[in-house]
Design a protein around this ligand. Structure first.
Ligand code: SF4
Length: 241
């Protein structure tokens, strides 16, 4: 999309979702860090089902590090990769206590040095806990960015690093939430609801006028693809982003 359209894109997303909030439930920075770590390769809803019991027993790193790994595993066993996640929760809690006086650090370098914490987790935590202008890129944002053509990037990390430079400062803090909302609710992986999309005229993809509920007008032309098609006249290099 044209770079001059980006402010208008975020104005409309703000209008659509004026008060974006994280879906994960937490009471403090430590719980946020744990919840984001637990959300890897699972849904926020699934995480919210297990964290009430976990955080009741261990609302801070001092108590988390004292829990048996087997007990953490039992509580979070409904989540994918729960054994690794249980080990990471216990280990990162020990590091927080010994190196950071029990506090969640703010810098990306310190966060990513914690067991089990990658760049995406660190950027979510920095954005929500510390108000940093970071955009953590998950599968939704990666897809939406590619369709809108905001920035080029072959990996989520590359897109995550490039996005803050093109988003106006007044939108940067909530941009992460708005792009996730757009991807979750409208610009879905299959059958995106382009006809209901608030930024359709800014997007370089579109569906035919005969499309219904996001289904392509002439599926035969795009057999095997449920996604939108690229508008004519846009450069191909953006498509690869
Ligand atoms: S117009 Fe369609 S492809 Fe473009 S952002 Fe909206 S839902 Fe996604």
């Amino acid at each position: 999309m044209n770079k001059q359209d980006i402010p208008e894109l975020f104005r409309r997303l703000r209008e659509q979702w004026p008060d974006p909030r994280p879906t994960l439930v937490f009471q403090n920075n430590f719980e946020l860090l744990c919840a984001v770590l637990l959300s890897a390769q699972t849904t926020d809803t699934a995480v919210n089902r297990v964290t009430p019991e976990l955080f009741e027993k261990a609302p801070d790193p001092e108590r988390m590090q004292l829990l048996d790994t087997a007990e953490i595993e039992r509580i979070i066993s409904s989540l994918g990769l729960y054994r690794n996640k249980a080990r990471h929760l216990k280990e990162l809690s020990r590091v927080l206590v010994t190196r950071f006086n029990g506090e969640v650090p703010e810098s990306e370098a310190d966060l990513t040095a914690l067991p089990g914490v990658g760049i995406k987790t660190a950027r979510v935590v920095r954005n929500i806990a510390f108000g940093a202008g970071t955009v953590a890129v998950d599968t939704h944002i990666f897809r939406v960015n590619s369709r809108l053509g905001l920035v080029s990037g072959k990996t989520p990390e590359a897109v995550s690093s490039a996005l803050p430079a093109v988003i106006p400062p007044e939108f940067i803090h909530d941009a992460h939430h708005w792009l996730i909302y757009l991807g979750r609710h409208i610009c879905r992986a299959r059958n995106p609801l382009c006809r209901e999309c608030p930024v359709r005229d800014l997007c370089r993809f579109e569906f035919g006028e005969d499309s219904r509920a996001g289904k392509p007008a002439n599926p035969g032309k795009r057999a095997g693809s449920a996604g939108p098609r690229r508008k004519a006249g846009k450069s191909g290099d953006q498509r690869k982003s």
